[in-house]
Write a protein that binds this ligand. Sequence first.
Ligand SMILES: Nc1nc2c(ncn2[C@@H]2O[C@H](COP(=O)(O)OP(=O)(O)OP(=O)(O)O)[C@@H](O)[C@H]2O)c(=O)[nH]1
Length: 212
Amino acid sequence: MNNHQRSASGAKTPDVKLVVMGRMGVGKSALVVRYLTRRFIWEYDPTLEFSYKHQTLVDDDVVSMEILDTAGQLYGDNRRQWEGHVRWGDGFLLVYSVTDKQSFHDVGRMKEFLDEAKKPRNVTAVILANKMDLKHERCISTDEGEKLAQELSCGYFEGSALLGDGVISEAIEELCREVRRRKMMENRTRRRSSSQMAKQVFSRVLTKIYNS
Ligand SMILES: Nc1nc2c(ncn2[C@@H]2O[C@H](COP(=O)(O)OP(=O)(O)OP(=O)(O)O)[C@@H](O)[C@H]2O)c(=O)[nH]1
């Protein structure tokens, strides 16, 4: 895997691991770099995957995250590598370009792939429609985007890495919130079942003592 590590803030082990997915050229790298640096860079090496560590405030809590900006197709020879990404990730940002119909259709396939790979757990994902600045080339409407998001049970955001309208931050914060909420619930369930188990063991021991 051509996966390079870059640390944007020297962050510690991440609380939240995010994977950015989407068809080639939809603007994944532009969005991630915009989020981390507030700058727009026109060209990136399309063959490379990068992961970035970052810390931010979400609802007044410091959250450390690692963001994996993926590259390449979901299917074919890379399938194993993708399954690894999916197992690694807690939350998924599914990006399409409003100027590229195929990238819109790919979102459904990506979600299907995630659901399959994460079974039986639910997948935490949001959809981000990018390149909203290209109004004259737009071929996917807001209604279509919202409908898809509803069908796939994902949050929906639309914006532009070029304009840097803050939408990428909103989408990432929403993902962080959802991932942390899920983790908290899972921990609570785990704690509850281990304390129930401890109670059962304790009561079995007491019964044995009582009967002997
Ligand atoms: N007009 C406009 N162009 C954008 C926007 N976001 C990205 N681009 C351009 O779209 C092209 C592809 O952007 P990338 O960020 O490399 O896309 P990617 O999804 O990471 O592509 P791969 O790494 O090949 O999968 C570049 O030329 C970007 O400058 C946007 O919001 N508006």
